[in-house]
Design a protein around this ligand. Structure first.
Ligand SMILES: NC(=O)c1ccc[n+]([C@@H]2O[C@H](COP(=O)([O-])OP(=O)(O)OC[C@H]3O[C@@H](n4cnc5c(N)ncnc54)[C@H](O)[C@@H]3O)[C@@H](O)[C@H]2O)c1
Length: 403
């Protein structure tokens, strides 16, 4: 037992602690946001593996899959248990998701560890055999990580967020110690040495492909197996640091991997592999990208509630993966859930605001209250209805594997 009052202490967009009650309520909110669908035929839902299940788009994939498709299966993520500090927010969100899954009769378990390792792949394979009939129907790959160790060579690669070719200066949004917004300029030096290759090794398609090969070799992929990995294109305003930068090189590699996997799975199992290009969202990973906080704040200023939250986008992705709606691919074979973000009228309105944004004008141009709340909500703070003055139990156990 370790009950205490948890205050939101932060350094920039990173918070030192997270709030179990707020995290739980947010997960419940996401579940309620999923439109009801008819129960899966035959009682038992399809078997799914979600990699990166505790945050951002992977959490949305898990909750939308559980609530709408009735998936059974496994979520994999990398979270820290409560110790001197609270557990990570993803730890508490996982506990809350498992609870909801149980309540709704879905057999869904969570594994905490390094998805890039073969040990984790073996654990998943073992569970698929023992518990889920040895057949996986869906795999959603939504990992965002700073490092990956290649199990074959033992080499550890580190991803960087840098432009390619020349330095890039962008406006960016920060908050000072009193919480006042500042629009500043930051310059990021271009990739050097093997920065691009290293980033591709972490955030490209290598590990996704390794998962598929690992499971295929053990005959654990069902006929008609379908897999999707998350990608991003984004605005011309962020292109130099994102799509044309080191992370963009990794996304291109992921998309090339998808096309190769699609051909392979099509031939062997009548299966599919696609990337899903999702829209900008406030997540722990996205707020680390220079300029993205400003961009997302302005995007919200332009669109307001017309922004589609990750849970809404993932409902659409599941509908396309399961065939409830036809798979709608662009010329490069990608599902596009970002069309509302990249709409030319929206982009031109955001670009206008971007060009005039200063510390003095940002309050009118961007939805800063929404943005700050979204950042705090990543850690379970700013959730309506939660009493933050009350002590709360932080020693929440990881959901047990036994049902
Ligand atoms: N956030 C955006 O704006 C945005 C937009 C479009 C696409 N995407 C893509 O969505 C994917 C997920 O990004 P996000 O923003 O949701 O990230 P996030 O930081 O919110 O979540 C990352 C997830 O990966 C897990 N993870 C990290 N390292 C791991 C490891 N070694 N082993 C197992 N799990 C690990 C974390 O536990 C967490 O569940 C990425 O491919 C990203 O490019 C993000």
């Amino acid at each position: 037992m370790n009950e205490r009052v948890i205050a939101p202490k932060s350094r920039g967009f990173l918070f030192l602690d997270s709030h179990p009650g707020g995290c739980r309520q947010l997960v419940e909110e996401m579940w309620r946001a999923v439109p009801a669908a008819p129960a899966p035929a035959g009682g038992e839902g399809p078997v799914a593996l979600v990699i990166g299940s505790s945050a951002g788009y992977g959490l949305a994939a898990t909750i939308a899959g559980l609530a709408r498709v009735g998936i059974r299966g496994i979520g994999v993520c990398f979270e820290k248990a409560p110790a001197r500090r609270t557990g990570t927010a993803g730890w508490y969100r996982t506990a809350a998701t498992a609870r909801l899954a149980r309540q709704h009769g879905r057999d869904f378990v969570f594994l905490n560890g390094d998805a890039f390792s073969d040990t984790m792949k073996e654990q998943v394979a073992g569970l698929l055999v023992e518990r889920f009939g040895g057949r996986l129907d869906y795999l959603v790959y939504s990992v965002a990580a700073p490092r990956r160790t290649d199990p074959d060579t033992g080499t550890t690669y580190a991803s960087v967020l840098k432009p390619i070719g020349s330095p890039y200066t962008t406006k960016t949004l920060v908050f000072d110690e009193q919480g006042a917004p500042e629009v500043k300029e930051v310059t990021t030096a271009p990739a050097e040495g093997d920065d691009i290759e290293q980033t591709v090794e972490v955030m490209g398609g290598a590990d996704w492909e390794r998962w598929i090969t690992f499971l295929a070799e053990r005959s654990l992929l069902a006929e008609g197996f379908a897999t999707a990995a998350l990608s991003y294109i984004g605005s011309p305003l962020t292109a130099a640091i994102y799509r044309q930068g080191t992370i963009g090189a990794a996304k291109s590699h992921l998309e090339t991997t998808a096309r190769a996997l699609d051909e392979r799975l099509g031939k062997t199992l009548g299966g599919r592999a696609v990337t899903s290009v999702n829209a900008a969202a406030v997540t722990q990973s996205s707020t680390a990208i220079p300029g993205i906080a400003l961009y997302v704040g302005l995007l919200r200023g332009v669109l307001g509630d017309a922004m589609v939250a990750p849970i809404g986008q993932l409902v659409e992705l599941w509908d396309q993966l399961t065939g409830a709606r036809p798979l709608d691919l662009d010329d490069e074979g990608r599902v596009r859930l970002d069309t509302w973000e990249l709409d030319p009228a929206v982009q031109s309105a955001v670009a206008d605001r971007w060009s005039t944004a200063t510390s003095d004008t940002i309050g009118e141009l961007a939805d800063l209250a929404w943005f700050s709340d979204e950042v705090r909500r990543l850690y379970g703070f700013s959730v309506p209805g939660v009493d933050y003055t009350a002590a709360v139990e932080t020693e929440v156990p990881w959901p047990p594997l036994t049902s």
